[in-house]
Design a protein. Structure first.
Lengths: 328, 342
């Protein structure tokens, strides 16, 4: 038992370190991830300890990075690619959609693609377009990919290890504005609190289910605390897995509360909330007391940083969503 | 050559040098002011300065005709200033004001001025390269004589988009001037760690283009090479590649701790600072006495300082775009096109 207070960023570093210690086939590849430790310093110290062959600095070549990882995965390696910012993944989009996601199916299961693509995502750090986006729906839309997002240090620590151990390709979203958030947990624990593709009921409640993932989870918990003071009991669920969708946990909760508010930073138009809303409506039609409410980004390019607060779902907008759900 | 001709030539030369010097100083001081404003959190987002690389901006951009197009990168303040995008509108953009050249939405990395054929800074490394090829193809098809100058870094040279674009431009005989600002680093990655063959000029030539490498710290060398390259592109209709060997004196961005470069290396490059180099050339070429240069520099500095102060004051006073307006221009106002019946 080693209770430690660790940041989300360091939890990812430590998780990768554990995975690398356990399995020599785990290699990291990305731009400036070696000596520099990546722009967010998530791989800091790993090249020093594991060498340049396991922590590979790549030139600017996102398509090359991801495609190379596919080839290595075919030969039994477990590559972990770092994409520097959400907006820089698109040169690799072709490789992700047409190779990463497809080869297992093409070979009828004869090959596996056990690779991870880490993407810092979301806004809130005062950075502009291409550096603040939430592109998760593009990937969740693609069959053959697993898509997860961590929201807190302990999950970051475990989920990155589980993603590396997963035999399928995992798109791993990291909430960049939460990299410096700290939490205390047992860093020596030998088993994960839950599976990679399971949702987590962060805070039980009875009146409304509030669902989200990544950076907004913390805001949702704050909203629930604020609502409690006003007499509303909110159940907060951290989705964690965007694909596969842990729909049973959501349905079970909505059957109890009768109301669902889904929160994300990505545009509401065809965002994760849209799919969740459709599935919940199909399964909980008679239990729903209100339509599923979406609290999400506007359907516009990411705004300049001084307008971020108006774009991102904050406490007020989440509580407003809850009120709208309760108004029915 | 008659005495009169020689006099005209002398004056033209002096005019050119004076323009080059003034523009480099404008850019240098503008960038320094931006660094200061960024530290004071008046400028937000990211900030990539071109201090040390002014000779490239001024030498290349100054050689273009107003009708030629420019496609740039996130390190583009100097390119925009040299292009003649008013400092006021650039500074307003830095401040995120509605009067900025991108309406305050773009910020430091996304200066855009279509009226001056400045097709933008670009936060995506190499993202502008294929766009430049398309601009040139359009000019080619419409019989327009314009050249498209595309500026990008040595890091961008490693992206697939560079290689696709170089091939397309050469294959289709398009008037693109590829200007690679080789400052030896892509963020923290040194040239030899990003390229198997570091002779970028030779690699560009392999695409079937004329390619030259130029001392990017010598503004006259840059200007002359660009003049020559433009003449070649205009007369042949073929692309051309310039490798401009330069160096950034500051870190990659204001965020970057610059742990990967040797202090001695930085100091070494600072010895070839293009601004004092040009000033001393005025003396060594016998165009001015040292005292005259000194006096003249002081004059330029004071004019530039005034221009910058005014730009800052105007920017600070300018309005922000209302949040509700952010839905404007996402798509055209016209939207649904009228169905053709004939
Ligand atoms: C597609 C893409 N990948 C990664 C980045 C992150 N990034 C921004 S600038 C940069 C270095 C680019 O170096 P270079 O092209 O040499 O230009 P310089 O900064 O030296 O002017 C990197 C890696 C990006 N903006 N876009
Ligand atoms: Mg460079």
């Amino acid at each position: 038992m080693a209770l430690e207070k660790v940041t989300l960023g360091k939890s990812l570093t430590n998780g990768m370190r554990k995975a690398m210690d356990r399995d020599p086939k785990v290699v990291l590849i990305g731009e400036d991830i070696g000596k520099l430790g990546g722009v967010f310093r998530i791989t800091e110290g790993l090249q020093k300890d594991f060498g340049e062959e396991r922590v590979i600095d790549s030139p600017l070549a996102e398509s090359g990075i991801v495609g190379t990882a596919v080839g290595m995965a075919l030969r039994g390696y477990r590559p972990v690619c770092e994409i520097q910012f959400d907006g820089f993944v698109y040169p690799a989009f072709d490789q992700i959609v047409c190779q990463v996601a497809k080869l297992h199916a093409r070979a009828l299961g004869a090959v596996k693609i056990p690779m991870v693509i880490r993407i810092p995502f979301g806004g809130g750090i005062g950075s502009p377009e291409h550096h603040s986006e939430s592109p998760e729906a593009y990937f969740a839309h693609t069959a053959g990919l697993r898509v997860v997002a961590c929201s807190n240090p302990e999950d970051a620590h475990w989920m990155i290890q589980q993603a590396i151990e997963c035999d399928d390709p995992v798109i791993f979203f990291e909430p960049k504005r939460r990299y410096h958030d700290r939490a205390e947990y047992d860093t020596d624990a030998t088993s994960a609190p839950r599976g990679l593709f399971e949702a987590n009921i962060v805070r039980p409640g009875t009146d409304v289910t509030l669902l989200g993932y990544g950076p907004v989870v913390k805001t949702m918990v704050e909203a629930a605390a604020a609502a409690e003071a006003e007499g509303t009991s909110i159940e907060v669920i951290d989705l964690r897995s965007l694909s596969p969708l842990p729909i049973d946990t959501i349905v079970e909760s909505v059957r109890r509360t009768g109301r669902l508010v889904v929160v994300h930073e990505a545009s509401s138009f065809l965002g994760m909330a849209s799919e969740i809303s459709a599935q919940v409506t199909e399964r909980c039609f008679y239990e729903l007391e209100a339509p599923v409410i979406r609290v999400a980004g506007a359907n516009i390019p990411y705004p300049p940083s001084r307008m971020e607060e108006d774009f991102l779902p904050d406490l007020d907008r989440i509580l407003d969503g809850v009120d709208r759900a309760l108004a029915y | 050559m008659s005495a009169r001709d020689r006099e005209v030539e002398h004056d033209t030369h002096l005019d050119l040098l004076s323009w080059l010097l003034r523009q480099m100083i404008r850019i240098r001081r503008f960038e320094e002011k931006c660094a200061e404003l960024y530290s004071a959190t008046k400028i937000r987002g990211f900030l990539h300065l071109c201090i040390g690389e002014e000779a490239v901006a001024v030498g290349v951009v100054g050689a273009l005709d107003a009708h030629d197009a420019i496609v740039s990168t996130y390190r583009e303040h100097g390119h925009a200033l040299a292009r003649g995008v008013p400092m006021e509108s650039i500074m307003a953009e830095m401040f995120g004001r509605a009067t900025g050249c991108s309406g305050g939405r773009g910020g430091s990395m996304h200066l855009f001025d279509a009226s001056r054929r400045f097709y933008g800074g670009n936060a995506i490394v190499a993202g502008g390269l294929p766009v430049a090829v398309g601009l040139a193809l359009a000019d080619h098809l419409t019989g327009d004589k314009a050249v498209t100058a595309c500026l990008f870094g040595d890091g961008a040279f490693a992206e697939g988009e560079f290689h696709e674009s170089a091939n397309l431009a050469a294959l289709w005989h398009l008037p693109v001037l590829f200007c690679c600002e080789n400052n030896r680093y892509a963020m923290g990655t040194a040239l030899a760690r990003e390229h198997a063959e570091t002779d970028l000029t030779a690699r560009a030539a392999a695409y079937g283009m004329v390619a030259w490498s130029v001392d990017g710290m010598d503004v006259l060398a840059v200007r002359e090479a660009t003049d020559r390259a433009l003449a070649y592109v205009r007369s042949s209709g073929q692309p051309c590649f310039l490798e401009l060997r330069t160096y950034r004196f500051r870190s990659h961005s204001m965020y970057d701790p610059d742990r990967y470069r040797d202090k001695a290396e930085i100091e070494h490059w600072k010895q070839s600072d293009p601004i004092p180099a040009l000033a001393s050339r005025l003396v060594s070429e016998g165009l001015m006495t040292a005292a005259e240069v000194e006096e003249w520099l002081a004059e330029i500095e004071s004019e530039v300082a005034t221009e910058i102060d005014e730009a800052v004051a105007v920017a600070e006073a300018a309005p922000l775009e209302p949040v509700e307006d952010l839905t404007r221009f996402v798509t055209t106002a016209a939207g649904d096109p009228v169905r053709r019946t004939s």
